[in-house]
Structures are given as C-alpha cells and as structure tokens.
Design a protein around this ligand. Structure first.
Ligand SMILES: Cc1cc2nc3c(=O)[nH]c(=O)nc-3n(C[C@H](O)[C@H](O)[C@H](O)COP(=O)(O)OP(=O)(O)OC[C@H]3O[C@@H](n4cnc5c(N)ncnc54)[C@H](O)[C@@H]3O)c2cc1C
Length: 348
C-alpha cells in the first residue's frame, strides 16, 4: 500500500520505519525544517517498553540511553516530600533514535500538511501523526491541553537524578530530567502558566547554561474524548498524541503513542481477513479498549483541578487508576504503590 504520514515525531518515525519494513511505500511530510527539527519532550520513558519497540524496528536501545534513574524525588505542597523507586525509567537520545528510524525512509521536511492542499488521491492511506495539532482530523470539543515549556541545559552540577515538584490542585508539575555529562531538561507544564520551580532552579544553579528553550502544550484529553480517530472517506487515520494517546496524570506520551502505532500495525496486518481493507472500526475499538482507563485518570486530574476530588466518593476512579498502573508497573518504569498514590493525591 502507499502511505503518507504527516509528522515525523515519535509516532510518525516509528510507524514510517515499521511500514517500510513490511514492504509498504512510505512518504513522511514534516512541518519543521530538517536543521530545526527537534523532539520537544523531556526524553524520559521506561526502557522496558523502548527496548521492545527498538527491537521491532531493528535498533538496539542500549545505544541510546543517557541516564538510568534509581530514585525520583518529588516535592509536594506544604513541604511534603515523596520518593519513588524507579524500575526502568531512563532518559534517552530521542533525537538520534527518531533520526535512526528515518534513515532509509523518504522524509520531506519543511512541508506543513493541510487538509485543503494535500494530494490525498496519491495515497491509499494518510496517517495523521501531527500530535498536538491533529491537522487532518476535526477538532474535538472535549480536547484539553496543558501549556508546557522547558530548557535543555548543560553544565548543571549537584543534581543527577529525576526530580519533580507537584503543583497544588494537580495543575501541573515542574521537572528536571538528567541526560548525560551535566546536561538535562528542566521545565514545567502548568494550566496556570506560573511554572513554579523554573526561576528557582536557575537561582540554585547559576552555573547552568541554556542550550535551547522549547515548548508546546501537551494534550491531556484521552482517546475517548478525541474522536473521530479517522475519516474513512478520505482514508485518513490518526495515530499517537493526535488522538489523545498521552497518560493524563503525567503528560507522558512516548510509550502510549508507540502502543497506538502497534495497534495500527496489528489491525493493518489483519486487513487480509477484511478483503484487503483497513478495518477502521476495529482500530477504533482496539484504541478505546487499550486506553479505556486513561479516561478514569483524566477524570481524576480534572476533578482535582476543579477542587472536587474526594478520595471517598471517587474511590472507584482511584482504584481503577491504581489497579491498571500496578499491572503496568514495568511500562511506567517506577514503583506503583497504593499508599504513595493516595498520599500524593491527597497532598496535591
Ligand atoms: C515539554 C514537553 C515535555 C515532554 N516530556 C515527555 C517525557 O519526558 N516523556 C514522555 O513520554 N512524554 C513527554 N511529552 C509528551 C510527548 O513528547 C508526546 O506526547 C509525544 O511526543 C507524542 O508523539 P507524536 O508522534 O504523536 O507527536 P509529536 O512527537 O508531537 O510529533 C508531531 C510532529 O508533527 C509535526 N507536525 C505538526 N503539524 C504538522 C503538519 N501540519 N504537517 C506536517 N508535520 C506537522 C511536528 O513538527 C512534529 O514533528 C512531553 C511533551 C512536552 C511538550
């Protein structure tokens, strides 16, 4: 089949490589110019999952790891502090990982795909991997974005572990994710755009040098609220953050986007049982099932933001989040404990 992919982020790069590996014709169109193309992300994710995806795409993930986390320090409102044991959370060279996936794939940079101008008839299928922008699919009235920005820093001393500050009312959080050799990402996502922690970090670390300042909002609305996922008439399909594949409590979208890619590839692989046609309905169902509990997590976040979360009244939501996260502890890369989760939600 002939595929066009809009967007060369994590979903577009991985999908492009995997489709080509399976013998399809692939062309990727990326809005930013090659010399400016940079994954806006703090580059943190679970190695267990990234090893699997890398393996499938013919890469050795060990070559990309910057920092293997041991213990994450979390500052909470009212001088509370919590530590999480890390079980595979790493930072990695996301820029090189995505570039290596794209090595043999045809990518045209500097092309902003639009619904009005794109030559849809040249392709059997056009995949919307434009993340936040969701360029080729209709807007969702239930969409919810959190503003975020960060600095890529070098020459940082005295801090070499994952460190976050949770904001009151789950309005967002500050992060420092160490990379290699004194480099790290420092930034924050905050619905109130106050970004507490950023100025304080610079005061505490006057030695830190800014390499880049980057940012964009992160989508927190889960797939259930980001329909439609496809336009069957024009053979457009959304994959990744464009259809809400982001864990809403953390704004963490690398692994969810890649999981979504694998669902797409699996449904495509089964199209022989469907007269060679991509089964849109099956794709929709599989995505909704896989990310079903993200909606519970999203509701917890929104209730907390609105000051309406009660750990008694909303015990079912809390238990759903705990049970699912516990089952997927390796996928998250950190310990999931009911005690700590409850303390954390109460402290925020
Ligand atoms: C500041 C910040 C920090 C983050 N940190 C983490 C983290 O540490 N761990 C984690 O798991 N998640 C993190 N996330 C979220 C994660 O980066 C995203 O959820 C994930 O990258 C989504 O992947 P994607 O491929 O769907 O979209 P993206 O990675 O956003 O890629 C979309 C691509 O489409 C391109 N594009 C957009 N519009 C068009 C168009 N019209 N035509 C052509 N191309 C277009 C964009 O330039 C971009 O390259 C972070 C997000 C932000 C903003």
């Amino acid at each position: 089949m002939r595929f066009a992919i809009a967007g060369a982020g994590v979903a577009g790069s991985y999908l492009g490589k995997m489709l080509q590996q399976r013998g399809h014709d692939v062309e990727i169109f990326e809005a930013s110019k090659k010399e400016h193309h940079w994954p806006v992300c703090a580059w943190g994710a679970s190695r267990h999952m990234l090893e699997k995806f890398s393996d499938q795409a013919g890469l050795d993930f060990a070559n990309y790891i910057f920092h293997v986390g041991q213990r994450l320090r979390m500052e909470l409102p009212n001088d509370n502090e919590e530590y999480l044991d890390l079980k595979g959370l790493v930072t990695y060279d996301k820029h090189r990982w995505e570039n290596d996936l794209l090595k043999d794939v045809k990518v045209t940079y500097g092309v902003k795909v639009t619904r009005e101008t794109f030559p849809f008839d040249k392709y059997d299928c056009v995949i919307d991997c434009t993340g936040l922008h969701r360029t080729l699919l209709p807007k969702s009235e239930q969409d919810f974005l959190i503003p975020a920005y960060e600095y890529l820093l070098e020459n940082v001393h005295g801090i070499d572990e994952f460190y976050v500050i949770g904001y009151k009312g789950a309005k967002g959080y500050f992060w420092y994710f160490p990379l290699d050799g004194g480099r790290g990402y420092m930034g924050a996502g905050d619905v109130q755009k106050k970004y507490y922690g950023v100025d304080e970090f610079f005061k505490e670390h006057p030695e830190a040098k800014v390499v880049k300042k980057i940012g964009r909002p992160i989508r927190l609305a889960p797939p259930k609220r980001m329909e439609p996922f496809y336009d069957g008439d024009s053979n457009i399909i959304g994959v990744g953050e464009s259809i809400g594949c982001v864990f809403p409590m953390l704004g963490e979208g690398i692994i969810p986007s890649l999981i979504c890619c694998d669902i797409f590839l699996d449904v495509l692989g089964r199209s022989n049982n469907n007269n060679g046609k991509f089964d849109f309905k099956e794709y929709r169902k599989r995505v909704l099932d896989r990310f079903d509990y993200y909606d519970d997590v999203y509701r917890i976040v929104r209730l907390k933001m609105d000051g309406k979360l009660s750990t008694i009244k909303h015990v079912n939501l809390m238990m759903s989040m705990y049970r699912h996260m516990k089952k997927e502890e390796k996928r998250f890369g950190f310990e999931v404990s009911l005690d700590k989760m409850t303390r954390l939600v109460n402290a925020l």
